[in-house]
Design a protein around this ligand. Structure first.
Ligand SMILES: [Zn+2]
Ligand SMILES: [Zn+2]
Length: 301
C-alpha cells in the first residue's frame, strides 16, 4: 500500500527563491491528504503533477500565514473547476470564519460542501479515522495555538500467496486473510499461515510544524517511523529560536534521537539560509538518518 509524502514547501515565514512556504501532500493508498497549505501550493501541485482535485482532506496546523495563505486560492480553483464532492478541512476554530468572510465578499457560493472540523490545541486527540489511517493531533508550543498531526496506518490483513490460493474457492479468502484456518466439507483444514504471508507492519508519520523544543509533545511522537520536524534556525541562533517559538537544527536532531524515530525530515527553513547543507549537517551531528524536506522530494514512509 502506498504511503508517501511529497514536499511542496519548506520555507518559513516568506517564500524565497526555490522555496515555498509549508505544504506537504501525503498519499496513503492513493488517497490524498494535504498537510498545511502555504501560499503557492496550487502551483506546486501543478509543478509536481499532483492533481488538486484528488485532495479530499486538508489539515492546517495553525493560523500563521505561511501555513494557510494558499488555502482560499486552492478552494476557489476547485470550485471553478467544477468540484462537487465534499472537502474535509481540519484546523483551528477561527479558520472557518476566515474562509467564510473571503467567500462572502467575493460573492462565491462553492459548488461543493466544506466539512469543517475545528481543532483545539489543548490535548492530543484523534480527529480522523478511515479504513487506512488514524490521525491524531500533536499539541505544539508556538506563539499561537498550533498542532502537528500524526498519521498512523492501520494493521492490514495478511496477503494471499497467489500460486497457492488459485485452487481454493474465493469464499475462503476472507477468513484466510484474517488469519483464520478454514475447515473444508471433507474435513481438510486450510491453514492461514500456509496460504498467506504477514501484512507489512503499519507505519506512522508525524508532522511537527512550528514549535519550540518542548518535551511535552514527545510521548505522542515516540517510536514513530518518520518524523518531519521544523528546523528553522542553526543552533547559534538559539536565542532567536526561543524568542520566536521555533526549533534549531540541532534540537530537531535531539527530538528524533530522544524519541527513537527511524528517520527525520527537517524543513521550515529561515530565509536567511541561502543553502541548506549546514542545517542538514548540524542535525546529522545528532541524528544521522536525517534528510532535507525540500520541494519536489517524495519520501516513502
Ligand atoms: Zn511557519
Ligand atoms: Zn508559525
Amino acid at each position: 500500500m502506498k504511503f508517501e509524502v511529497t514536499i511542496l514547501g519548506c520555507s518559513s515565514a516568506t517564500p524565497v527563491f526555490n522555496r515555498n512556504p509549508s505544504a506537504q501532500l501525503l498519499n496513503c493508498n492513493e488517497k490524498y491528504y494535504l498537510i498545511d497549505c502555504g501560499e503557492g501550493t496550487q502551483q506546486q501541485l501543478t509543478k509536481y503533477n499532483l492533481k488538486a482535485a484528488r485532495i479530499d482532506y486538508i489539515f492546517i496546523s495553525h493560523l500563521h500565514g505561511d501555513h494557510y495563505f494558499g488555502l482560499i486560492g486552492l478552494l476557489s480553483s476547485l470550485h471553478l473547476n467544477g468540484r462537487t464532492k465534499p472537502m474535509q478541512i481540519f484546523g483551528p476554530t477561527p479558520l472557518l470564519e476566515i474562509l467564510e468572510i473571503q467567500f462572502k465578499y467575493s460573492d462565491t457560493v462553492l459548488r461543493y460542501p466544506i466539512e469543517f472540523f475545528p481543532i483545539e490545541a489543548n490535548e492530543s486527540q484523534q480527529i480522523f479515522e478511515n479504513s487506512d489511517l488514524i490521525i491524531k493531533t500533536i499539541v505544539l508550543n508556538h506563539r499561537i495555538p498550533t498542532t502537528g498531526f500524526i498519521f498512523q496506518q492501520k494493521q492490514r490483513q495478511r496477503k494471499l500467496i497467489k500460486d497457492k490460493t488459485e485452487e481454493i474457492p474465493m469464499a475462503y479468502y476472507s477468513a484466510l486473510k484474517k488469519g483464520i484456518d478454514v475447515e473444508l466439507p471433507n474435513g481438510d483444514i486450510l491453514r492461514s499461515e500456509e496460504y498467506t504471508t504477514p501484512a507489512d507492519p503499519p507505519r506512522c508519520y508525524a508532522y511537527c510544524s512550528d514549535t519550540l523544543y518542548d518535551e511535552s509533545y514527545f510521548p505522542v511522537i515516540k517510536g514513530c517511523d518518520t518524523l518531519y520536524h521544523e528546523a528553522t534556525f542553526m543552533h547559534d541562533l538559539l536565542d532567536r529560536a526561543i524568542e520566536t517559538h521555533h526549533t534549531t537544527a540541532l534540537q530537531a536532531g535531539e527530538v528524533a534521537k530522544i524519541n527513537g524515530v527511524k528517520k527525520l525530515l527537517i524543513g521550515h527553513f529561515s530565509s536567511r539560509y541561502k543553502t541548506l547543507q549546514m542545517l542538514l549537517e548540524e542535525t546529522q551531528s545528532v541524528f544521522e538518518n536525517t534528510e532535507l524536506a525540500v520541494e519536489g522530494r517524495t519520501f516513502h514512509l
